[in-house]
Design a protein around this ligand. Sequence first.
Ligand code: NI
Length: 213
Amino acid sequence: MSETSLPPKFPLSRLVFYAAVVVIFVVAVLVGRQWLVGTGAPTPSSEATPSIPTIGGPFTLVDHDGNTVTDAAFRGRYMLIYFGYTYCPDVCPTALGATGEALDMLGEAGDSIVPLFITVDPQRDTPAALKDYVGHFHPRMVGLTGSAKQIVDVAKAYRVYFAKVVEEGADEDAYLVDHTAITYLMGPDGGFLTHFAHGTTPETMARRIRDYL
Ligand code: NI
């Protein structure tokens, strides 16, 4: 029986030892959590606008001179972006014409804006075809194409819908492409500023763009 009643000194120091281990563990967990919260928590500004979907984002495409370009190449300048295709019978020419006119109206104030035409028909819209096409609308307009996947990716980022339409009995190469006809204004940081619905007059576009410059 005497063996079970151990000297009181030994278990007490053990108890202190275990208590110290527990305290160190709890402190470590609390410090760790604090560190995680401090670095991983969303900032108040992003918490305030959780329901606004992002429009835009990184892209890698091929410009009308055949060079690979990313969105970063346009950082520091505004981007006026429109998605379409050179075979488009009327919607694209109307929209691009309005963009060109709006830029002319802005004059020097519009020099910081790069008009971009991104094709949704990379199969037919080669860099050379785009270069010839965009030149009709504005001397600074840049045509962008890419692989089928690159185009799908950039269209997704900008929430642009497009779908090939082959009419019955028509030549397979004579297809049309249904597409979203919105012009996007993106800021010098690449972030979305506003958009223009199809049919917006050049005057209205120029006036609204000026507010952002
Ligand atoms: Ni079009």
